[in-house]
Design a protein around this ligand. Structure first.
Ligand SMILES: C[S@@+](CC[C@H](N)C(=O)[O-])C[C@H]1O[C@@H](n2cnc3c(N)ncnc32)[C@H](O)[C@@H]1O
Length: 218
């Protein structure tokens, strides 16, 4: 079934598609920021698109740009299903990206270079060396004034920002020793080393944050 995804009340039938409640809860707060930060962007690469729910919500609300999804191949069937249910002319089917193995994928149908990178809830899942790889690729790829936008939970000065984040971090590390909530200061220092400067921090629901970095030199 094809439908519009412009309305907040348009509920996807959860029984037919893999569904992330977290995406539903945070998509509006993220979109409010993206509308401003991406106002003059033309081509956005989303790293780790997950179910694809964010992409089908954001793309029609940002009609001036092309939204390119990407993830491990194992997630592509789900992302394609969401795109099929909520098509948008400015939404591109997922490209293969495994940060452990590949550079940012290039779209054949949309050869315009990426001028923004968006990623949600990935930094605490992938290992720190892959976080380093993500920032290195963003630093190499983005043009001057290009944006890297990162959403998720962060520690501040080595401390959890909430009890729920502390519990979540324990869960993450039990699941995979390489996963962990990252220290914001370490992420900012990593970004700086790739000429990506933090220009804004937005508080988000459920003790998450949205960090906006800008490429300041090539
Ligand atoms: C917690 S999910 C977040 C998904 C979505 N962005 C969201 O906010 O719901 C983490 C994502 O990181 C992706 N991921 C994990 N390892 C990766 C890797 N090595 N390269 C690229 N993406 C990876 C997963 O496939 C998954 O889509």
């Amino acid at each position: 079934m094809q439908r519009s995804n412009l309305g907040n009340t348009d509920v996807e039938p959860r029984e037919t598609l893999p569904f992330s409640q977290a995406c539903e809860n945070n998509k509006e707060a993220i979109l409010v920021v993206l509308k401003t930060v991406l106002a003059s962007s033309a081509h956005v690469l989303e790293v780790g698109s997950g179910t694809g729910q964010h992409s089908v919500y954001f793309a029609p609300h940002l009609p001036h740009l092309q939204w390119q999804t990407s993830d491990l191949d194992s997630n592509h069937t789900t992302i394609r299903a969401w795109h099929n249910a909520y098509p948008s002319t400015n939404l591109s089917l997922p490209l293969s990206l495994d940060l452990a193995k590949s550079d940012f994928p290039v779209s054949v149908s949309q050869p315009l270079p990426y001028d923004a990178i968006f990623t949600a809830n990935t930094l605490h899942i992938i290992t720190w060396p892959l976080v380093e790889r993500l920032f290195a690729l963003a630093g190499d790829t983005l043009p001057l004034c290009g944006k890297l936008i990162v959403y998720g939970p962060f520690n501040e000065k080595g401390r959890y920002t909430s009890d729920s984040n502390a519990q979540f971090d324990q869960l993450l590390q039990q699941r995979n020793a390489g996963s962990a909530i990252r220290d914001k200061e370490a992420v900012i220092a990593l970004a700086d080393s790739h000429y990506l400067t933090l220009i804004a921090t937005h508080a988000m629901p459920a003790n998450n944050q949205l960090l906006v970095f800008e490429k300041v030199a090539t």
